[in-house]
Design a protein. Structure first.
Length: 226
């Protein structure tokens, strides 16, 4: 695990859009930080800079005290889940979950142990031999999350992971996410435009507006009645 520290991070796209404007923010080791704000306020861009999918224009991104600005994604110990995930259709749930571990040369018993544990936390224990086509939408989304977290990354990034699910399922998935975080304690940054989701999930919430960080605090402070 590791903390993530952004210092004066700015992203200006060619053409002049300043998507992220001098943001400084520390996400503590093991914390579940929710980044919330209206569409277009720079949430995805911020997350993508932490992931290494987007260069910073200025400022620094540190993971575990190490400046990672110039490191490519594969040299950062992070995992990311998007709203549009794709599972390997010809593989079973177990193989989808274990793929990245096998790719890294992990031995079979260890792969089995980590896959079984993650499947259990996500309620996928009885579905390990199924192929994605035989799963519901919610189950597929759980596999996508499991596939990201199964290798126990230092940092877990999620960009609106529930937004393709219907309202009822979104509520159910919040519980799954909390369980996952309780189990592994991975430092997490979770992007959403949904304030209720932010309040339910976050240890702390960072509010972004037009690229600027407006406030940061625990849910009861930010959304307390005036
Ligand atoms: P959010 O995730 O909060 O919806 P984004 O980070 O996607 O916001 O976008 C922030 C701003 O940056 C928006 O004005 C968007 O149009 C702009 N933007 C995002 N990606 C690019 C890009 N690749 N090129 C130019 N502008 C971009
Ligand atoms: P949906 O079909 O709307 O995606 P779910 O994915 O929530 O519904 O549930 C599909 C099946 O998985 C149900 O039979 C449910 O009982 C089972 N299930 C859901 N969550 C869990 C869990 N955490 N542990 C075990 N089984 C679960």
């Amino acid at each position: 695990m590791a903390e993530v520290t952004l210092t004066d991070v700015t992203k200006e796209f060619p053409g002049g859009t300043v998507a992220v404007d001098q943001v400084s923010l520390t996400v503590e080791d093991g914390e579940f930080m929710v980044l919330v704000g209206p569409s277009g306020c720079g949430k995805s861009t911020l997350l993508r800079m932490v992931a290494g999918l987007e260069d910073v224009t200025s400022g620094t991104v540190q993971i575990g005290g190490r400046v990672v600005n110039d490191l490519p994604p594969k040299e950062r110990d992070i995992a990311m889940v998007f709203q549009n995930y794709a599972l390997y259709p010809h593989m079973t749930v177990a193989d989808n979950l274990g793929f990245s571990l096998r790719l890294r040369g992990m031995r079979k018993p260890q792969v089995l142990e980590q896959v079984t544990d993650t499947a259990h936390v996500l309620g996928l224990g009885l579905l390990l031999e199924r192929k994605p086509a035989a799963l519901s939408g919610g189950q597929r989304q759980r596999v996508a999350m499991g596939r990201a977290i199964v290798r126990r990354p230092q940092v877990f990034l999620m960009d609106e992971p529930l937004s393709n699910l219907d309202a009822k399922l979104r509520v159910a998935m919040r519980g799954e996410l909390s369980r996952l975080h309780q189990r592994y304690g991975t430092t997490t940054i979770y992007v959403t435009h949904d304030q209720v989701e932010a309040m339910t999930l976050g240890n702390r919430i960072a509010v972004l507006d037009r690229g600027k960080l407006q406030q940061v605090g625990p849910p009861d402070e930010l959304y307390a009645a005036p």
